[in-house]
Design a protein around this ligand. Sequence first.
Ligand code: NAG
Ligand code: NAG
Ligand code: NAG
Ligand code: NAG
Ligand code: NAG
Ligand code: NAG
Ligand code: NAG
Length: 302
Amino acid sequence: MMLVQFLLCLSILTSAQAATISATQCDNATASAAPNIVFDGRVRANATVTDFDGTSGPFNPDFVKGENVSFSQLIKFPEGEIALFDSSVGAKAIEVTISDQSIFNPGGSNAQTAVRRAELMPRGDLVADNVTTTGIKTLHFSIKPSADRPLNVSHEYLMVFLERADFAGNLFMLRTGTLIGSDGSTKNDLVLFGNTQNGTQTLFTTPFEKAAFNNFALRLDFTQNTIQVFQSTGGAPLVQQTEPLPNDLSGNGDYHVGLNKNPTDPGADSLRSGFQESGINEGMVYGSIFIEDNANSTVTLS
Ligand SMILES: *[C@@H]1O[C@H](CO)[C@@H](O)[C@H](O)[C@H]1NC(C)=O
Ligand SMILES: *[C@@H]1O[C@H](CO)[C@@H](O)[C@H](O)[C@H]1NC(C)=O
Ligand SMILES: *[C@@H]1O[C@H](CO)[C@@H](O)[C@H](O)[C@H]1NC(C)=O
Ligand SMILES: *[C@@H]1O[C@H](CO)[C@@H](O)[C@H](O)[C@H]1NC(C)=O
Ligand SMILES: *[C@@H]1O[C@H](CO)[C@@H](O)[C@H](O)[C@H]1NC(C)=O
Ligand SMILES: *[C@@H]1O[C@H](CO)[C@@H](O)[C@H](O)[C@H]1NC(C)=O
Ligand SMILES: *[C@@H]1O[C@H](CO)[C@@H](O)[C@H](O)[C@H]1NC(C)=O
């Protein structure tokens, strides 16, 4: 194994590159062969919920959530399956929950009264200079319905998305439930959509496995404006599901991982009109969250 990695190390280095890489690094075949992880959101087994309220965890403690709740009230550590890329680093799954209190009020005077939101975003200081939205980056995550807090699939949910830095649109979105304006025929599927400023095209659809993790890698080429889907379930290695698909990825922004529950029958202002029931107690389980640099490497599949 070490020999194979060492030969790979030599084969991927041109002499110009080798000159810029220290002897120690080149000797270290593991480091040279593996893609660099630019954001690691895998939650270590010894993490506590209070880590999500401060800067000891990988996520922004302030956004996006109800204005009167803290992330320590929203995060649970579910028992059970460890996600594909969590076990190797001693990480555990997290559950992100929403309730009637999950009303985001950006700026303190513009409450999104019809939406319920709890979404984790990488901490800004860990992803400076748009490191996660330039070059070729692959977002990895695993997602599984909560056994204790099921969704109401009469509603539309966003569960992973990349929102432009100017908030003018989403560059991609993974959704489930009854999509607004649809007949609900995909309410039990995971559906990946493209840029909302280019017609919100459907890019990939797969059944939402309930009993195991649904593993994804989205290879995002910010130079070519393409997105490529790799996916598997449970402990199976990721499998390429699509070619690189055209999708405008300009505008940078933040990755969101969590629940964003939309109202039914929204009017023109879907943030503040439409129907949202009360008594909400819903969650979604996530693991294996990280972003790797694949400019000079292939997507990590297992
Ligand atoms: C070799 O790479 C591994 C994995 O990235 C790292 O943990 C280790 O510290 C590196 N060792 C040296 C000598 O650079
Ligand atoms: C948690 O575990 C990590 C290793 O996974 C270790 O580096 C860290 O110090 C531990 N933190 C605490 C508070 O024990
Ligand atoms: C948060 O609490 C304040 C003070 O009680 C209240 O005025 C506000 O409406 C609450 N916001 C939400 C979104 O519930
Ligand atoms: C990061 O992206 C924002 C939004 O597109 C842009 O205004 C800013 O100049 C970028 N910063 C760097 C260092 O690339
Ligand atoms: C699910 O949502 C629909 C539409 O808002 C609502 O009529 C129904 O009561 C909800 N079901 C539950 C169990 O909350
Ligand atoms: C924009 O949408 C059209 C279909 O309406 C599609 O053919 C094209 O590839 C999309 N372009 C990008 C950059 O997403
Ligand atoms: C990828 O390799 C090219 C040269 O082959 C180099 O210029 C570039 O810095 C590398 N990019 C990353 C992100 O490692």
